[in-house]
Write a protein that binds this ligand. Structure first.
Ligand code: ADP
Ligand code: MG
Length: 880
């Protein structure tokens, strides 16, 4: 048995005790005699039925009372009444006084609110109890005899200890209750008194009461101690038993009593035996019953589970049914909605068909118009195609012409010579004028490039140059002759422009110029940008600038802001170009930027102390311009260099009084200038060996000296007689550079031939100019044509697209029309058939009508005849 089963059993003990033959509760009717105080058990007849109740009472004078405490029954003086497990209580009439639970040792308290049936005058006694292992000790009782009443109740429906309870009670260590089982006597929640338990108190005044559990723990609800009034004095040798029949006291000797007791014991033992076997049987029966119960329970569980399953299935079925119903509802509503929607859609479509019909009419009208305009369009297209072909042709011609122009231009340049020397003479300075210096230069034939130098007396030495500029010629005039070289740079040629001469003759003035009188450098770059801008439609230029200085055979980067100790060296690239790795190449996009760069370079030129001139005079100042171009039409790329060099002063050493460092400077200058002269001379005379490597300067300019490269040298001279020797020296150098004057054959140049050449040159120039003009015009017309062609192409395309669209629409419409026509013809056929049927029916109706009329007429005629006859008959009867 587990706890729940035990509980169930305790609450309803019938479930286990199915055999009615076993009395569960003491049957008071049957055992009345056992409880009858007038019939002491000692006097019981052997044959008489004795109950187990008797066996519980050890004191034959005590008795069991199966109901609660009644005041009226209590005549003795109550010494004390303990409400075990409860509190003290005083009755209102003060006759009864219940003490709280005291004098105990051990045990626990239990209380309930359950109703206790037949609880007598003081039911509360039975609603509390002490249970467990406990005893009571009452002190200070006067010696004498007392009665003790014990009050019990089996309080089952409380939280008290569960299970069976059988116990012994000892008073003054003498057993007064043996195997006492309250439940077996009165059942649950009913009071049971054991009254008149005798106790005699000795001199110590103590009443000791001990409760001892046999099965489970003992329990007690109340203890009442009364003063015994009339206790019959027990006889020492004789005892009296009362006869049940005659109520006479029968004397019993102690030997007899012993015999009786053994008899009773035997009888009880027999009974116990019987009961034990019976109990075993019952136990067996119980076990079987229990097993069958378990089986039944298992089956019940199974059935329950099945039922649960079924319930679950039913529920799921219900749910699915509900869902289906919901679905059905949804479908129905959707169907309704769809129906409405389709009706509207059909209506809509009908309207659309109407609109489309109208559109169709409009479109067919448009298509007709378009079809009419097709031949005109075709004409336009052929025209455009012709124009495009023409423009292609023109493009081709243009690029051919451009190539030719470049070639011609270069030829012109070459006819002028790839190495040209211009001589420029500065005006007398204020100082020279004030000093009254005489002029030694003769400009009479300057226009033809001839320059005369009065070398003293009447002797005059003449020099021939490509141009001679008098002191009156300004910067613009000088640049006008140099500018064609700029075009060559943009055409992809390398160009070098030098200024050579004695210090103070205007080299820097010619190259750099002043703020108001800008020199060749600035003007060259200005023109570069201008031409680049003009050609921007066909060419893309990328221009960058470096500013260098060669001093004592060392290269310095004048744009470098950080003064690096690293030596700049000339290197040859894989493609054969000479370059200086590490120099700054400032990219410039306009002339403003160029000016800033030139300023930076000019400012950073080192200035040393000298007695002749500035540092600049002892170093070569180089402006290096790199031009990268891309022909946007052909995709051709070129890379060209322009060098603008303000050379160091060419004055001879003696004049400078140089020593030490200055001497070294002068020697280096001398070396580099003569190397430059040698290189140019070697180029002019087409020598097999060009000594580029003789100086840093020529090495640096190697790519731009010789070959297709163009070289221009300005020889700067002073007009003063004081500088005569230097002037002559410079002019001699320049003449050598020019490389023409040296050979006697070249000196005797036929002037008529020259004239012819000049006229040819002029012609070529004019031709080139006119060609340029015509080219420009051609370009313009080409552009115009192209734009027109493009416009027409666009119109043509859109027209064609429209036509295609219209054609598509037309096809669609015609197919639709065909369909509708078919439908119409079908309908008209049906209509005809119906009409025929109708006319047939109408004819039949007419026929029937005529027949009806005829019949009516014939019938009315016969009626009239019959009437006439009847009238005559009636007349005859009347008269007769
Ligand atoms: P270099 O660079 O050869 O040493 P500069 O260019 O410094 O000579 O010229 C020296 C001086 O002569 C400057 O004051 C310059 O302005 C002046 N000068 C040079 N050439 C001309 C010229 N063609 N017209 C007017 N002044 C000139
Ligand atoms: Mg200078």
């Amino acid at each position: 048995m587990d706890d729940s089963q035990l509980n169930a059993f305790l609450q309803n003990p019938d479930t286990l005790f199915t055999n009615p033959s076993i009395p569960r509760v003491f049957d008071w009717e049957k055992n009345d005699m056992a409880l009858n105080q007038d019939k002491p058990s000692s006097a019981m007849d052997e044959d008489e039925e004795e109950s187990s109740v008797d066996s519980m009472l050890c004191d034959s004078n005590s008795r069991l009372i199966p109901f609660g405490f009644s005041k009226s029954n209590c005549t003795d003086e109550i010494m004390m009444f303990i409400n075990a497990g409860g509190e003290a209580l005083n009755e209102a009439d003060s006759r009864m006084k219940f003490l709280g639970d005291s004098y105990f040792e051990g045990g626990n308290v239990m209380q309930t609110n359950e109703h206790i049936a037949e609880a007598g005058d003081c039911p509360f006694i039975y609603q509390s109890a002490r249970f467990g292992s406990f005893c009571y000790r009452f002190n200070n009782f006067p010696p004498g005899d007392y009665f003790v009443d014990l009050h019990f109740a089996e309080i089952i429906n409380t939280n008290g200890p569960k299970g069976m309870r059988v116990f012994n009670v000892y008073m003054q260590e003498e057993k007064v209750l043996s195997d006492f089982d309250i439940f077996s006597v009165v059942g649950a929640n009913k009071p049971l008194q054991v009254d008149d338990l005798r106790v005699s108190v000795k001199e110590d005044g103590l009443i000791a009461m001990r409760f001892e559990g046999v099965i489970g723990s003992p329990i007690v609800c109340g203890i009442c101690v009364r003063k015994a009034q009339n206790i019959p004095v027990p006889q020492a040798s004789q005892e009296y038993l009362k006869c049940n029949n005659c109520a006479a006291d029968i004397e019993v000797s102690s030997a007899q009593k012993k015999l009786m007791r053994t008899k009773v014991t035997d009888k009880y033992e027999k009974k116990i035996q019987e009961l034990t076997t019976q109990c075993q049987l019952k136990t067996h029966e119980c076990h079987e019953a229990w097993m069958s119960l378990t089986a039944a329970n298992e089956q019940l569980e199974k059935v329950r589970m099945e039922l649960d399953n079924k319930i679950f299935q039913t529920r799921t079925l219900d749910e699915t049914v509900g869902k289906q119903a919901e679905n059905l509802k949804n479908i129905t509503s959707r169907y309704g909605h769809d129906k409405k929607y389709w009706a509207a859609a059909v209506h809509d479509l009908q309207e659309k068909i109407m609109i489309m019909k109208n559109e169709h009419a409009q479109l067919s009208h448009d298509a007709h118009a378009c079809a009419e305009s097709i031949p005109e369009l075709n004409k336009m297209v052929t025209g455009i195609q012709a124009l495009v072909a023409q423009s292609e042709d023109l493009k081709l011609k243009y690029s051919e012409e451009q190539a030719k122009r470049k070639e011609l231009y270069n030829q012109i340049q070459e006819t002028k010579g790839n190495i040209r020397v211009f001589c420029r003479c500065r005006p007398l300075s204020k100082e020279e004028i004030s000093a009254g210096c005489a002029l030694v230069v003769d400009f009479d034939a300057a226009k033809d490039g001839d320059l005369g130098i009065l070398t003293g007396g009447s002797t005059k030495k003449t020099f021939k140059f490509d141009q001679v500029y008098t002191p009156k010629d300004n910067q613009v005039d000088v640049f006008a002759d140099a500018s064609p070289l700029v075009t060559s740079v943009l055409d992809g040629y390398n160009v070098c422009i030098f200024a050579y001469g004695q210090t103070g003759t205007g080299k820097t003035f010619t190259m750099e110029g002043t703020d108001q009188n800008r020199g060749v450098n600035y003007r060259t770059l200005e023109q570069l940008f201008q031409i680049a801008k003009e050609r921007s439609e066909t060419f893309m230029y990328n221009i960058s600038v470096s500013v260098l200085e060669v001093y004592n055979e060392q290269i310095r980067d004048l744009l470098s802001t950080s003064p690096t100790s690293k030596r700049l060296e000339i290197k040859q690239s894989a493609e054969g170009f000479h370059h200086v790795p590490g120099i700054i190449e400032a990219k410039v996009d306009n002339i403003k930027e160029v000016w800033n760069v030139l300023q930076i370079g000019s400012n950073s030129r080192a200035v040393g102390s000298t007695n002749v001139n500035e540092h600049s005079s002892r170093s070569h100042c180089i402006l290096h311009i790199m031009v990268k171009s891309k022909n946007l039409m052909t995709g051709d790329c070129t890379k060209s260099k322009l060098w603008l060099v303000d050379l160091a002063g060419s004055e001879r050493l003696a004049k400078t009084d140089a020593q030490g460092e200055r001497l070294k400077e002068a020697q280096n200058i001398n070396k580099s200038l003569s190397a430059l002269g040698d290189v140019i001379y070697a180029l002019a005379t087409k020598s097999s060996h060009i000594p580029y490597r003789n100086s840093k300067l020529t090495h640096l300019l190697q790519d731009s000296l010789g070959g297709d490269s163009k070289t221009l040298m300005f020889v700067q001279i002073s007009p003063s007689e004081r500088d005569l020797s230097e002037t002559l020296s410079s002019l001699n150098f320049a003449t050598r550079v020019r490389g023409i004057e040296l050979g006697p054959a070249k000196r005797q140049v036929d002037t008529s031939e020259l004239q012819k050449m000049k006229t040819m040159l002029d012609k070529a120039r004019q031709e080139s100019r006119s060609k340029d003009e015509s080219l420009r015009k051609l370009e313009e017309s080409l552009q115009n044509l192209e734009s027109k062609a493009k416009g027409r192409d666009q119109v043509y395309k859109t027209q064609q697209e429209k036509i295609k669209e219209l054609e598509c629409q037309l096809e669609l419409k015609t197919s639709m029309q065909n369909q509708s026509e078919k439908q119409v013809s079908q309908l008209s056929d049906r209509l005809k058939g119906r009409e025929e049927i109708c006319t047939g029916l109408q004819q039949k109706v007419k026929e029937l009508e005529t027949k009806l009329k005829e019949r009516q007429q014939s019938e009315s005629a016969s009626y009239q005849q019959k009437e006439g006859k009847l009238m005559t008959v009636s007349c005859l009867i009347q008269t007769g």
